[in-house]
Design a protein around this ligand. Structure first.
Ligand code: SF4
Length: 377
């Protein structure tokens, strides 16, 4: 059914100006009470399941949890499903919410991977984004995480920020490399509806880098990071050998995962797969748990066609792409008969490459990935 666990903590110190994730500043005892709700949901949803191979605390800002709360959650997961001995246990950390002592306590609780939301090494951009930390705090948090014993640290960076030049982006990348993380996630800014950024920057705003400059930034990241020894293993992700994100790789390989917490998404490997999400509002989430029946929003049992489509557009995100043999053993149908003419067309356009039984995105295909994926819908 599932072998991975995602836990959403929907609280942040303050809302960043570009953020469309489900997160709010916690009111009264909300943060204090939240782990008990997660434990209740875990108990209601996990009877008779197998040990999980990864746990990911995301948000929001899960590093706002007290280390003792997180330790309690991991103990409960161990009791309810079990956690494999070599499981990857990731905590997203917002610089400015932890210190060396709390990081040590998180490490002792069982967290073995940190995903650090640095976003930029330029204080002016951090301010524009409404982040709560400075570059100095990001660097100190990274140093503290190392001192606390974390040898698997990922950092996030955002490009295509308002007014950002290619040279400024180069400086950001060089500083990220100098920090020596094991993993980097690189995102281009997207202006999401309903955010303060959407009110400030219209679609044709001249302050935002245009598509050509964004593409140059994507390519510069690829050039500098692969040159520094990182594998570009997924469109937005780079890792030193042996340090790919196990949990996120599971999403792209369609592993089953259970999402706990407000607004968390779940994918169960029943039939061709079942997807649903939790209520996006704390009160609705709480009520479902109190009644003993956690609410499933937008529950959908996938058809074979939908599952094949997902297999393609998720698998193609990875550098190894999709494998014709695996496709056939999963769906009892050859990839050629399902998507032969579409794949041939995309190869012709230089967006896909065929290598034996593997089909992968080309560099150009990565830049135009949404166009490629839409062909498999
Ligand atoms: S810290 Fe992350 S989740 Fe919280 S508001 Fe900022 S971008 Fe959104």
């Amino acid at each position: 059914m599932f072998n991975r666990l995602y836990i959403h903590v929907p609280f942040c110190v303050q809302k960043c100006h570009y953020c469309a994730f489900v997160s709010n500043t916690p009111q009264k005892n909300e943060l204090l009470d939240y782990p008990a709700l997660l434990i209740r949901e875990l108990q209601l949803r996990t009877s008779g399941t197998c040990p999980v191979t990864s746990v990911y605390f995301g948000g929001g800002t899960p590093s706002l949890l007290q280390p003792q709360q997180l330790a309690l959650l991991l103990e409960e997961i161990t009791d309810q499903t079990g956690i494999q001995a070599d499981a990857e246990i990731t905590l997203e950390v917002n610089p400015g919410t932890v210190d060396e002592i709390s990081l040590k306590q998180f490490r002792n609780a069982g967290v073995n991977r940190i995903s650090l939301g640095i976003q930029s090494f330029d204080d002016r951009f951090l301010k524009i984004m409404g982040r709560i930390h400075t570059t100095g705090q990001s660097r100190q948090t990274f140093k503290n995480a190392r001192a606390a014993g974390f040898n698997n640290i990922s950092t996030d960076l955002i490009h295509s920020l308002p007014g950002q030049s290619l040279d400024q982006w180069r400086t950001e990348l060089l500083q990220a490399i100098e920090l020596t993380p094991e993993h980097l996630s690189i995102y281009g800014l997207t202006v999401e509806e309903g955010t303060p950024f959407a009110r400030t920057y219209s679609a044709d705003s001249h302050e935002l880098p245009d598509n050509d400059l964004s593409a140059d930034m994507f390519e510069l990241a690829d050039e500098l990071l692969t040159g520094a020894g990182f594998e570009h293993y997924e469109i937005a992700n780079y890792a030193r050998p042996g340090y790919r994100s196990q949990h996120n790789s599971g999403y792209w390989k369609r592993d089953g995962y259970l999402g706990l917490g407000v607004a968390a998404h779940t994918f169960l490997r029943d039939g061709y797969g079942v997807r649903f999400s939790n209520p996006g509002n704390l009160e609705d989430y709480r009520q479902g748990l109190t009644s003993g029946k956690p609410v499933r929003i937008d529950e959908h049992q996938l058809t074979m066609n939908e599952a094949m489509s997902e297999y393609m557009f998720l698998g193609l995100r990875l550098s190894e792409g999709v494998c014709a043999q695996t496709f056939e053993s999963e769906f009892g149908l050859s990839l050629e008969s399902a998507y032969g003419s579409i794949a041939a067309d995309l190869v012709q356009l230089g967006l896909l490459a065929k290598n034996g039984s593997q089909l992968t995105l080309t560099r150009r295909g990565m830049l135009l990935s949404n166009q490629v994926f839409s062909r498999f819908l």
